[in-house]
Write a protein of this length. Sequence first.
Lengths: 285, 368
Amino acid sequence: MAGETEQQQVQAELAAADAVRPEQHEVAIRVRGLVNKFGDAVVHDGLDLDVRSGEILGVVGGSGTGKSVLMRSIIGLQIPDAGEIEVYGKSLDTIADEEESRDLRRRWGVMFQGGALFSTLSVAENIQVPLREYYPRLDQRLLDEIAAYKVAMVGLPPDAGPKYPAELSGGMVKRAGLARALALDPALLFLDEPTAGLDPIGAAKFDELIRELADTMGLTVFLITHDLDSLYATCDRVAVLAEKRVIAIGTIPELLATEHPWIQDYFNGPRGRAAASGNQTAKRP
Amino acid sequence: MVARADFETSDGASGAEVRFTGRLTLARLGDLPARLDALGPIASLDLSAIERIDTVGAWIVTRTMRDHGAKVTGASADAERLLDALASDKSDYRVHRDRRSALNRMLEQVGTASMAVWHELLGMIGFLGAMIMALGTQLRARRRLRWHAIVTRFQTVGVDALPIIGLMTFLIGIVIAQQGAVQLRQFGLEVFTINLVGRASIRELGLLMTAIMVAGRSGSAFAAQIGTMKLTEEIDAMRTIGVSPMEAIVLPRVAAATILMPLLGFYASLCSIVGGGVFCWIGLDIPPLTYVQLLRDIIPMTDFWAMLIKAPVFGVLIGVTGCYEGMQVRQNAEEVGQRTTSAVVAAIFLVIVLDAFFAVFFSSIGWN
């Protein structure tokens, strides 16, 4: 009898989890009329954005245009003053049920700018935190194995697992942060300036890693970046934030065809041209 | 029907043939790994009937392949990609630090702790030496002491501490007088309460209480401030500009603590005596004037000198301990907390040890 009720409970949990099915949605994130204000400063005013399933969307914009605020709004760390945000057809606002919101939350992984690793836990323990939180029934052996292969997947060295964040270099902290973001095998990955503070070689390797993981795991990636090389190397489409909304979204050639002065400055400035030419020479056989 | 991860088995020649169904993902895993382990030898794994697979599902498949030498059939392109990504050998990827036996660990902890105490002591002596050298250099180069920095510390170390030190020692004066009076009354010698309060306050308690309070208030503040400055690389920036952190950060703090300890100690002794006086007046009917007159006869000047000699030493000790611990911060915010704690603990401990030495010393030179 006990076994049967447990069975029912498991079934109920699975049915709840089924409500959010990433593969059934063409649009992963839908933002409509988003308004964010801090006191008198309006950061977003009627911002619209669609992130398609399976794409890597780069989000660019000058400092203070609210790229991070947009990400924080989508993942529910910042409560918007107005507007609707839907992730896989569900809005965090309208979800009253704690269980349902947990189900939505485990569909995404977030990598913060500074890594945001828990400093008192080792890298492996950091990766296991979300696993333990959502799946307390996993046995320790499988947890350890998962941590080990995640460490391997993000390209950390074999001895990185037992190390503490303070013992890692900047690039390794980013990779460990990515491993934790990927712990639950999310469908949606948020990256806040993943290559900031890395040297060009490390940054290029990180771009490659993101592209590779996205292809292998079929990820949808929301990538905030200032790094033009990253945009060319990884993104399917790019959204440009300016004037408190998304002024343009599309592939880089599409954006180059627009007349907007900021976009022209951004992609046709000295750095933009260097990144573009570097990308073309790299792609030539 | 919810597609949870499951499998069917059929017996083959060289072991079970496993056919997975449903979704082989983390969310749908359930007790599948355990049930899979319970099977005997596995010959093949059929993935043709699964709906979805993620890295955890792929890992289970990879693990079974590795452990049983099983073959995989019917993998979709997606599954194939994931399996390829996980195929390389992960056995050298470590998750935990090496485990050792309890005895081994205990011995190691005792050893590490002993060495840590020893290194701490050496480090502190070295730090004191470096500070004295820095003071020497500063004076020889005829650079003026940073009086502004020192005087700023007077406010935080001294003036701000007056109310709490005053109140604390005032209450302690009352407690000593009250407890002493109860005992001395048995012999009809209540008037000796004045001796007890007067001498204990001036010679020991006033200063000791002040030292504990200053270590807790200012020693900890020194350690936390300097530790945070180390983390934000302010100290390094200072060095590269050519400003000696010893001169700019450490010396003013230690100087302030050294100059203020005698003043605070004397003030604390007075407060304690006032507290005792209040009790004598109310509890024992000794009028304040008599109390003060008797104190003049009872307290020898040597008690006062003993306090004045001890006070600056305690001040140096508290200042140096706080600054030294702050300077030892290397890694993260957690360490600032640890170092601050050990600054306070070490300072209070050393003050009490040193006070015991002073007591023996003053007795043996006849300052009774």
